[in-house]
Design a protein around this ligand. Structure first.
Ligand code: HEC
Length: 185
């Protein structure tokens, strides 16, 4: 079963993402893709995320059990292309670092292989990521200025703004109510 639904339910679709992946059986990638992905992981990722994929507490987040990895592939591709910076929660832990992107380093087929590998590695179970999808996201996000923030990828910026506006309005109404009540005494 895909473990994408909980994530998909809580975050808004990033611009250019048509839909969250559907629940269903995971189509296992070919062993060729998996071994290419493993090789790329060892070359470009494991110095930070560690050979066991569990990361380093407080410094590098885990790959195993991360909803960023098994969630919408369009979000994972964005992280791999342009990187990630600032506060992010992964598997219940907080991180606040910078990961460089690989836009100019890895081809579409390489991003697709490493993404597929980590989505199907150990306990992770999510669909393969195909090169045409990487191509689409690469074009849609061309010129993105540096690493993404988790907030931008989660589309929570707008939500937070509305919470602040509503809190302000409620406060003003309460103060106005208190002032009017005082005057009547
Ligand atoms: C120089 C160290 C470094 C390298 C190399 C690196 N990362 Fe990261 N990665 C990080 C850091 C730090 C974060 C968290 C950034 C933040 O705090 O916003 C992160 C976040 C992530 C995330 C989202 C959070 C999570 O753990 O699920 C994914 C997915 C990810 N990296 C995958 C990869 C893959 C795949 C590669 C190799 C292609 C890679 N990273 C290479 C340091 C690195």
């Amino acid at each position: 079963m895909l473990r994408t639904s909980a994530f998909a339910d809580t975050i808004a679709l990033p611009a250019g993402v048509a839909a969250w992946p559907k629940r269903g059986e995971v189509a296992s990638a070919t062993s060729e893709t998996i071994s290419k992905g493993r090789e790329l992981y060892m070359r470009f990722c494991e110095q930070c995320h560690q050979p066991d994929g569990l990361g380093v507490v407080g410094r590098f987040p885990p790959i195993i059990g991360s909803h960023w990895v098994t969630g919408p592939p369009e979000v994972l591709i964005r992280i791999l292309l342009d990187g990630l910076k600032g506060p992010v929660r992964v598997g219940g832990d907080s991180f606040d670092g910078v990961m460089p992107g690989s836009r100019d380093l890895l081809a579409d087929s390489e991003i697709s292989a490493v993404a597929t590998y980590i989505r199907q590695w150990k306990l992770n179970a999510a669909d393969s990521v195909e090169p045409p999808m990487v191509r689409r996201v690469r074009i849609a996000t061309a010129g993105h200025p540096g690493p993404w923030t988790a907030e931008a990828l989660e589309g929570t910026g707008n939500k937070r703004k509305w919470i602040i506006i509503v809190a302000l309005v409620v406060t003003i109404l309460i103060v106005a109510g208190i002032l009017r009540a005082r005057r009547q005494i």
